[in-house]
Design a protein around this ligand. Structure first.
Ligand code: SAH
Ligand code: SF4
Ligand code: F3S
Length: 459
C-alpha cells in the first residue's frame, strides 16, 4: 500500500531516460473534479516535467496530453467525454502526440474497455493507484504505440496506495494543496468515490509536516490539507493534532482543510479552529439532506439533530467562521415534505455557501438500484427553490460584514481587471487598489453581495 522508495527511484530513472526523447516537447494535464484530483494533476504534471516535457496549458502545442477525469455526477462525465471528442482533430493533425486518460472515470471498471473502443485515438489509460508511475506508462506507450490500459481491479480494502516523493508541479506559488489522506470507507449509497479511490489511508504526520513546513518556507500563504474525508485522518496522530501542528510554523500563512465528514467533526477540531490564528476560519461540512429517513437511505451515519448540533457549535465557537456545505436534492423516494426538512435545516443553520446537487445515479452504487426516482423536472424545481432560499441567506450573512475590516490574501486581478482575493473564510473580496498577488492586506468592507464582498484597502 505504501509505494516503496525503490519504486519511486525506478520511476525517476525512467523519467531521466526519457528526457532526451522529450527535449523541446510539451506536456499538459487537464484536470476535472475536486481539489484532490487537482492535487493529483499537479503530481502528474510534475512527473511529465521530470520526463523532460515543458508544462503547457495550450492543447495545440502539447505533445503529451493527460485528461485527469471525474465521475462524481453524469454531468462531470459528459464534460470529459466532450473534451475527449475534441481531441480527435488534434490527433489527426499531429499523429505523434500522446493522449492519456486517468482519474476517477478511468478507474470505473465498466468504462475502461468502452472508453478505449469509443476513442481509438486515446493511447493509454491508467487507474488512480498508478499516478506515481507516469514515467513508466509513457515509456510503454511510446514503445508499443498500441492502446494500453494500466489498471488494477482489487477489492476495496486492498485498493489504493500512498506514494511519497513523486515530483510535483504546483500551479500557484502562493496557494498549495497537500493531500493528507486518500480514499473513503463510507460508501454513501449514492457515491462513486469509494469504488474509484479505494480504502482510506493516511500519510504519516512527519511527511505531511515536512511538506507543509517547506511550503511555508518557500513563501506559500494558503495551504489546504486535503482528503475525501480529511478529518477522518488516522495517521500516527489524529486530525486536530495534525492541523494544530501544521498551523505552528513560523510565518504569516493560513492553513485550511477540505472536506470534513460530520461524523468526525469533533469538538477538538472545532477548538483548534477557534484557537489557532493560522487555521483559516472556514468549515466545509456537507450535510446532504435534512431528513433522517433520507440520511439513513444515503448511509450518512448521522441524523439531522447530530448535524445541527455540530454546525451550530462551529458557528458559536469560531468567530466570523464561514460555514459551507453540500446537499443533494431529488434523492430516490425523497418526498416534498422530506425536501422541506432540507430547506428548514438550511434556514436554521444559515450557511455562507451551499453547493446544491441534483441526484445523479452512479453505476454500481446502492442508490442506483433504488426505486422511486424523482422526475428530473421535479429535481430541478427543488434545486431552484433551495437556491433561492440560500441566496437570501448568503446576502444576509454577507451584510453582517459591512464596515468590518477583513484580512485578505490577494489573488491579483480578476478577469475584469479588478483587484481580488480571498478572506480567511474563503469569501471572494474585491478591493479598490492593486495589491501584490500572494500577499495579505486589510480591506474595509463597504459593499456586500450574495457571494462576494468588496471594500477599500487600508494601508
Ligand atoms: N467526501 C465528501 C464529498 C465528496 S463528493 C463528503 O462526503 O462530503 C462532493 C459532493 O458531491 C458530495 O458532498 C455530494 O453532495 C455530491 N455528490 C456525490 N455523489 C453524488 C451523486 N451521485 N449525485 C449528486 N451529487 C453527488
Ligand atoms: Fe462519497 Fe460519502 Fe465518501 Fe463523501 S463520505 S466521498 S459522499 S462515499
Ligand atoms: Fe470527481 Fe473523483 Fe473528485 S469522482 S469529485 S475527481 S474524487
Amino acid at each position: 500500500m505504501n509505494v516503496t522508495q525503490q519504486e519511486i527511484k525506478e520511476q525517476a530513472e525512467i523519467a531521466l531516460s526519457l528526457r532526451a526523447l522529450f527535449a523541446g516537447k510539451k506536456g499538459m494535464v487537464r484536470t476535472f473534479g475536486c481539489q484532490q484530483n487537482e492535487a493529483d494533476g499537479e503530481r502528474i504534471l510534475g512527473e511529465l516535467a521530470d520526463c523532460g516535457l515543458t508544462p503547457t496549458e495550450e492543447l495545440s502545442e502539447a505533445d503529451v496530453v493527460i485528461l485527469n477525469t471525474c465521475a462524481i455526477r453524469e454531468h462531470a462525465e459528459q464534460r470529459v467525454l466532450g473534451i475527449i471528442g475534441s481531441m480527435k482533430k488534434e490527433k489527426e493533425k499531429r499523429p505523434d502526440m500522446l493522449i492519456g486518460m486517468c482519474g476517477c472515470m478511468a478507474q470505473e471498471r465498466h468504462r475502461q474497455d468502452l472508453l478505449m473502443q469509443s476513442y481509438p485515438f486515446v493511447d493509454f489509460l491508467f487507474g488512480t493507484d498508478r499516478h506515481h508511475r507516469v514515467p513508466e506508462i509513457l515509456r510503454e506507450a511510446l514503445r508499443s504505440r498500441k492502446q494500453r490500459q494500466f489498471v488494477t481491479d482489487l477489492p476495496h480494502n486492498e485498493f489504493g496506495v500512498i506514494s511519497e516523493g513523486t515530483p510535483v508541479y504546483r500551479d500557484s506559488d502562493y496557494k498549495a494543496k497537500v493531500s493528507v489522506m486518500y480514499g473513503c470507507n463510507n460508501f454513501c449509497s449514492y457515491c462513486i468515490v469509494p469504488y474509484v479511490r479505494g480504502h482510506e489511508r493516511s500519510r504519516a504526520s512527519a511527511q505531511v509536516l515536512e511538506e507543509v513546513g517547506s511550503l511555508v518556507q518557500a513563501g506559500y500563504k494558503d495551504i489546504m490539507l486535503l482528503g475525501q474525508n480529511v478529518n477522518s485522518y488516522r495517521g500516527d496522530v489524529d486530525f486536530p493534532t495534525l492541523l494544530e501542528k501544521c498551523a505552528s510554523f513560523e510565518g504569516d500563512y493560513w492553513v485550511r482543510f477540505m472536506t470534513s465528514h460530520p461524523k468526525d467533526a469533533s469538538p477538538a477540531l472545532v477548538r483548534v479552529m477557534a484557537e489557532q490564528p493560522k487555521v483559516a476560519k472556514h468549515f466545509h461540512l456537507p450535510f446532504q439532506s435534512g431528513n433522517d429517513r433520507i440520511l439513513s437511505a444515503m448511509n450518512r451515519k448521522y441524523n439531522r439533530e447530530q448535524y445541527l448540533e455540530k454546525a451550530l457549535a462551529i458557528k458559536e465557537q469560531v468567530k466570523d467562521v464561514s460555514l459551507t456545505s453540500d446537499v443533494i436534492v431529488g434523492f430516490p423516494t425523497e418526498t416534498e415534505k422530506e425536501f422541506l426538512d432540507t430547506v428548514e435545516l438550511v434556514k436554521q443553520v444559515g450557511f455562507d455557501m451551499l453547493y446544491t446537487f441534483i441526484y445523479s445515479p452512479r453505476k454500481g452504487t446502492v442508490a442506483e438500484k433504488m426505486e422511486g426516482r424523482i422526475p428530473h423536472e421535479e429535481q430541478v424545481r427543488r434545486f431552484s427553490y433551495l437556491s433561492d432560499v440560500q441566496n437570501e441567506i448568503a446576502q444576509k450573512n454577507n451584510d453582517a460584514f459591512l464596515g468590518k475590516v477583513l484580512t485578505v490574501l490577494s489573488e491579483g486581478v480578476n478577469e475584469k481587471g479588478i483587484p481580488t482575493g480571498r478572506s480567511s473564510g474563503n469569501k471572494i473580496v474585491t478591493f479598490d487598489a492593486p495589491v501584490l498577488q500572494g500577499t495579505f492586506c486589510k480591506v474595509k468592507i463597504d459593499t456586500a453581495r450574495q457571494y462576494a464582498l468588496s471594500g477599500i484597502v487600508k494601508d
